[in-house]
Design a protein around this ligand. Sequence first.
Ligand SMILES: Nc1ncnc2c1ncn2[C@@H]1O[C@H](COP(=O)(O)OP(=O)(O)OP(=O)(O)O)[C@@H](O)[C@H]1O
Length: 401
Amino acid sequence: MEAIPILAAQRDLLACAPTGSGKTLAFLVPILHALKAPSRAAGLRCLIVSPTRELASQIERHVRELAAGKPFRIAFLDKPAATHQQQQQLHHHDILIVTPMRLVKAIEQEALSLSTVQFLVLDEADRLMEHGFLEQSDLIMSSCTHPKLCTALFSATLPSHIDQLAAHVLKDSIRLTIGAVNAIPPNITQELLFAGSEPGKLIALRQRIAAGMDFPVLIFVQDVHRANDLYKELVYDGIRVDVIHRERSNAQREQIVEDLRTGVLWCLICTDLMARGVDFKGIRLVINYDFPTSVATYIHRIGRTGRAGMPGKALTLFTRDDGDRLRPIVQVMLQSGTELPEWLHKLPKLTRQRKQAIRHTPVQRAHIRAGFDGKVKLLPNGKIRGVNYRAIKKRTASEST
Ligand SMILES: Nc1ncnc2c1ncn2[C@@H]1O[C@H](COP(=O)(O)OP(=O)(O)OP(=O)(O)O)[C@@H](O)[C@H]1O
């Protein structure tokens, strides 16, 4: 809420606040207030950039809800503008929500000019200023040439190199930090579990499920293949589970999110595509099945629970292979008051060379063993057609001994 008067005064802002603390409203409320009313003559006045389609679509929903009753022209640019007429229409929106790739295409095709933009918001700004997005963000920022442009950068995480970069692109800005930088909301209870090896993780997960788990649960894995493999395992176990990653269609993703919201699904397996910004309602537990690759990833993943002050839990599994990546995340857990065994307090620092070497290299992991490859069908009693439940019970019991 501290951001509201700053943006209302049209000052550049760099804001860092914990996950689930309501950053979206913190920028939408003052911007809608400042825009006052629709104005076709003024051209596009507000541009909101998000790194993923899911988050952009969620922001669009929030804008429409907040602007209800005022006929602002709001659009989410999720497809290239194909015809000249569509390109012309882009200029006539008051507020445009975009992902960088689509916007850069529109700028390059000269389908859209950003010279009238008065409010530019980069949501998940540290991600948008990282390798992979930085060039696109740079082009977007330099295309916003209005003399009274107000730029706002929002995120729950702010690595120091991004902090410095942000300071260069903002003018006479205010820096706002709610709580400590990279803080975990205190309402999220964190747990770290050593599972020994890859098969040990599956056993640990099955044991937790068998012991009773608060659904809905999000499970993060490191890539699409592992998401599909774990999905097969959990379907085999009779769990109402689905999977989201870049290979699912937009329609499938939307249906899955809806199914999770309404309780049709208990469990959603996802890649880091869903780690940032997405506001799943009522997630009780986040499981890091594969250890996160960075502190930022850890914070954003577990931030899918414990939103708006609700209680949440996060369970992070690790194996011997994750040893080099453990220390920074252990530090974050300790700083937020998580009790961990004494040996974890004394993990050695990595050398700079080792840090560099592992930064962009995912851990090579053994396959998650797939138990069932056939076609599956969820029955009304919650079981899956074609699954031998007796065999699973027997197998789980023998694996855990
Ligand atoms: N003042 C408020 N009172 C109650 N709930 C709120 C308030 N502001 C926001 N919320 C709710 O809190 C939830 C989290 O908000 P939001 O998605 O904006 O968080 P965020 O800070 O952007 O998180 P992230 O860093 O994960 O993107 C949403 O469901 C939102 O509706």
